[in-house]
Design a protein. Structure first.
Lengths: 224, 288
């Protein structure tokens, strides 16, 4: 697995340095203009999660998969390396983006807003969810899978907005969101903070393991 | 004599093309040529050996081990050259090496540098700037730099100039001198195989036509040239492929000894080259 990660880092060295740098500046500047920590977190995590997507679709663009699959590595190892590298890139970008937002002069958020366990868990949860859903799509359809993911998110947003505007459904949607929120509050107050966070981490890990199993199964069936 | 490669009843169905129950084996220390016209299934076999595509049935054993179950252990001992080298185009040769070398425990940097010098390859140039011949040379340098015991090459000589083709064939011949290394070499250029192959496997339309030692093939197969009056029903059945002309016919047989008995004085019997065999057994002639 180390060889596979090393290969991706060598392959994307310049890209990560230059595009990554511009990307970091962009995230830091725009993130610092938002005054709500939750919205900032949604913004950062989504942009951080695009980082591994760009790296993996470059492999597709460079038609390197035939080479990788010819090397001494199983398909399971190849996918495992992608998951590990994906998480490393997401977490690395998240740390850098948070530092960047806090370092921008006149940032509307302070360290107490972003560097607390609740926000960090929220960010990890979002990244785990995005990554777990997207990876099988990306492995099955490549860049098209990513676009399908983005379009699905937008369609979901439109449907939600449309439903919210209908007064009859307004209550249901609000109550559904409130129900989810209440479930988290209930778990948090009953389990106590450490156990609650441990449970969230277990769920995130389980979600990613299921996504990994699905991706391996898809990748094993592919012909090159 | 141990077999480095054993393929039994291998099949793959693409819908419009089927690889049908392919079986053959390659003993350790020899070069086998896999010949056949374009689209015969040579690349499909090579991709199946490297697990680039999934088989529908059959068994592949390399170094006596199942190629899917012991994939990493097998691939560590294999060097490969694809028909189109799939290295990262924008990386320099030095960096391409850096991405590949860590996968092989036996990677030999000294040997790699030697091969780059021998093949006149510039380590600091991006892969995309190389000509097709140079790309092939580089792929061969990578395949040889980890002391692989089994080299698999898919159409390595197509599109190469005659000088490098000869150099490459000489390199492959020298490789097997230790009687431990083996080579599987797919091509439609039969002249290459006549120079270096010990065994030849001929595939056509997804089926193995024959797989045997080259000398045995060249001894058994013959081209018969004679007058059209000889082409009665019995003789037609005897031939594998016939080419009729105004003043006579040329036909291929897989039983040269019987042909000599049958046409003692009234026909010319010549040794068949691999090209003759490929020509008569594919679209080049009317089948008997």
């Amino acid at each position: 697995m180390r060889s596979l990660i090393l290969k991706d880092l060598i392959l994307n060295k310049k890209f990560l340095l230059w595009t990554g740098l511009l990307y970091f500046i962009y995230v830091a500047v725009f993130g610092s203009r938002i005054d709500n920590p939750r919205i900032t977190t949604v913004f950062i995590t989504f942009l951080c999660f695009i980082m591994p997507v760009m790296v993996f679709t470059r492999e597709e663009k460079l038609k390197g998969t035939v080479l990788v699959c010819s090397l001494p590595a199983t398909r399971k190892q190849i996918i495992l390396a992608r998951y590990v590298l994906g998480w490393l890139l997401m977490l690395g970008s998240f740390v850098l983006a948070t530092i960047g937002i806090l370092a921008v002069p006149g940032s509307k958020l302070g360290p107490e807003d972003l560097l607390n366990a609740r926000i960090i868990m929220f960010a990890l949860g979002l990244m785990a969810l995005y990554f777990a859903i997207l990876m099988p799509l990306l492995i099955r359809f490549g860049m098209v899978g990513f676009l399908v993911f983005l379009i699905s998110l937008q369609v979901l947003g439109f449907i939600t907005l449309a439903l919210v505007s209908q007064s009859a459904l307004k209550l249901n949607i609000r109550s559904s969101i409130a129900a989810v929120k209440n479930a988290f509050i209930f778990l948090s107050s009953n389990l106590g903070t450490p156990a609650y966070y441990a449970l969230l981490i277990v769920v995130m890990v389980a979600l990613n393991l299921a996504s990994f199993a699905c991706s391996v199964s898809i990748f094993k069936r592919k012909d090159f | 004599m141990e077999n480095v490669l054993e393929i039994k009843r291998l099949s793959k169905n693409y819908g419009d093309f089927r690889l049908k129950d392919v079986s053959f084996s390659l003993p350790e220390g020899y070069i086998m040529g896999l010949i056949g016209p374009n689209g015969a299934g040579k690349t499909t076999i090579i991709k199946l050996l490297l697990n680039l595509i999934n088989k529908d049935g059959g068994e592949v054993r390399i170094f006596g081990r199942d190629n899917t179950r012991d994939e990493v252990a097998i691939k560590t001992r294999i060097g490969f050259v694809h028909d189109t080298p799939h290295f990262y185009e924008q990386l320099t040769l030095k960096n391409v090496k850096a991405t590949i070398a860590p996968f092989y425990k036996n990677w030999d940097d000294g040997l790699f540098c030697c091969l780059l010098r021998e093949f006149d390859l510039p380590a600091k140039k991006p892969f995309r700037t190389l000509s097709r011949g140079m790309k092939m040379k580089f792929a061969l340098a990578v395949a040889l730099s980890h002391h692989a015991d089994f080299i698999i090459l898919d159409e390595p000589t197509s599109g190469l100039d005659p000088v490098f083709r000869r150099e490459l064939l000489a390199k492959l011949s020298s490789l097997i001198q230790d009687e431990k290394k083996s080579v599987l070499f797919s091509t439609h250029l039969t002249s290459d195989l006549e120079r270096i192959a010990d065994y030849v496997t001929f595939i056509n339309q997804g089926e193995i036509v024959f797989s045997a030692a080259k000398d045995e093939i060249l001894e058994k197969w013959a081209v018969v040239k004679g007058g059209n009056d000889l082409l009665d029903e019995t003789n037609r059945m005897f031939f594998k492929g016939i080419r009729k002309r105004e003043f006579g016919f040329e036909a291929l047989t897989s039983d040269a000894a019987e042909a000599r008995r049958r046409f003692v004085k009234n026909a010319i019997i010549e040794k068949a080259s691999l090209e003759d065999i490929m020509f008569y057994l594919t679209r080049g002639a009317n089948h008997a």
